[in-house]
Design a protein around this ligand. Sequence first.
Ligand code: GSH
Length: 203
Amino acid sequence: MKLYFAPGTCALACWIALEWSGADYDVEKVDLRSESYRKINPLGTVPAIDIGGPRPMTQAGAILSYIAELNSQSNLGAEPGLEARFEFNETMNFLTGDFHPAFWPYFVPQRFTTKSDAESLAAVRTASHARVERVLEHVDGLICNTGHVYRGKRSVADAYTFVMAQWSEKFPKSWRAYGNLAPFMEKMSSDPAVKRVLERSKA
Ligand SMILES: N[C@@H](CCC(=O)N[C@@H](CS)C(=O)NCC(=O)O)C(=O)O
């Protein structure tokens, strides 16, 4: 199994999940704009993962669920029962469908305006702040006083939340301003697997 990643991206959540799961895996750093990576993922985004099938698989939420299910002994996925699985899917869909996209106008403002001057791009970035605050507040509520994002236990949702909440570091209201999220982030930062991934991904 090989995970394709780029530093600082959501692909690191899959890497953390792989570390937690005890799976046997490799990683490869890619250049998102390269022709060779387009052959791996025509969308030009990370993560992608080669699981030995006819083509590499993509989409962070699907990859994280796959890692959790493949290594079920690591207990990183949904709790048993229909409602628990519903809640897991709800959480993962919030993270992939609301949390992650809230940052897009900040990272790639040019995709959200037909203008190209610095002032217009800065305005798009500023507009992202309110949306990011909204999703940070929501995830703060999910964590509540449990220390985890899903049902008070460590899961792939923790890994994904950690990586994305870090992106708010330079925002006017960063993860540090949220009562439940801040201690969650501190605890995740000192997790040995998380530290290993952050260090190795920069190498
Ligand atoms: N829907 C995809 C989105 C992945 C995505 O946007 N990844 C970012 C990095 S966090 C990326 O590769 N961006 C490059 C680009 O948009 O060109 C997923 O959930 O995996």
